[in-house]
Design a protein around this ligand. Structure first.
Ligand code: 13P
Length: 253
């Protein structure tokens, strides 16, 4: 179901001690200040998951996410974490296809397809990221690329599984740069994403899937971005490391 979501991607930041302080502040502010139909997601480092889950407890509007997982159920994959392990500690969502993983770890369309299956089989919600680099936008190739990213990794899913996804459009040129996509650019791409989904799965599913915008979201631009018709919230990097700023973003619907 289409939801209003503020998701924080902490990336490789904070020690456990720092992370628990941040998470605790976010949880309390979310409980006290947020309207009921907004969900907050915190995608924390693997080392923090168990402890942050404890802090979240039964809080109804805060969910826990991992930032990655391995595609296999178990086995000789030194250093990796499976979807099953994440499920077992109460993780709700897993970010997949972030541009940093596509770029630095060469995650392919096919690999992401396998990871999606692993996450769905373990009844967690994939937060699937897509988005173009600057050179692609400069040559107006962003629509073809995003369509390819969606089709290649997601379109083998059944309609039922597809409807469980959260999608995040994160133009790479806007990530960590302080330069966010304009409201028009975000709305144009989010509308396009729904059109591509509609062509494959029908308008019912296209209108129900939550599509988040990511890339230099902060409290000062969130209201305008979130008021775009096809933008259901944000995937927030840097600004999610400050509890006050992050919850202010979550209050921008
Ligand atoms: P910033 O909000 O720091 O630009 O990062 C966005 C992002 O990559 C979230 O996944």
């Amino acid at each position: 179901m289409r939801k209003k979501i503020a998701a924080g991607n902490w990336k490789m930041n904070t020690t456990v001690e720092e992370g628990l302080k941040l998470a605790s502040e976010v949880i309390h502010m979310a409980q006290d200040e947020l309207i009921t139909d907004v969900s907050v997601i915190m995608a924390v480092p693997f080392t923090h998951l168990v402890a942050v889950k404890k802090l979240i407890g039964s809080s109804s509007n805060v969910l826990l996410a991992a930032q990655n997982c391995h595609q296999a159920a178990s086995g000789a994959f030194t250093g990796e974490i499976s979807a099953e392990m994440l499920k077992a500690i109460g993780v709700n969502c897993v970010i997949l296809g972030h541009s940093e993983r596509r770029e630095y770890y060469k995650e392919s369309f096919t690999l992401l397809e396998e990871k999606l299956q692993a996450v769905l089989q373990n009844e967690m919600t994939p937060i699937f990221c897509c988005g173009e680099k600057l050179d692609v936008r400069q040559s107006n190739g962003q629509f073809d690329l995003v369509k390819e990213q969606l089709a290649a990794s997601l379109f083998s899913l059944s309609p039922e599984d597809f409807s469980k996804l959260i999608i995040a459009y994160e133009p790479v040129w806007a990530i960590g740069t302080g330069v966010n996509a304009s409201d028009d650019q975000a709305q144009e791409m989010h509308h396009f994403i729904r059109k591509v989904i509609s062509q494959k799965y029908g308008s019912g599913i296209a209108n129900e899937v939550s599509v988040l915008y990511g890339g230099s979201v902060k409290a000062s631009n969130a209201k305008d971005l979130f008021s775009c018709a096809d933008v259901d919230g944000g995937l927030i990097g840097g600004a999610s490391l400050d509890s006050r700023g992050f919850v202010d973003i979550a209050k921008s619907f």
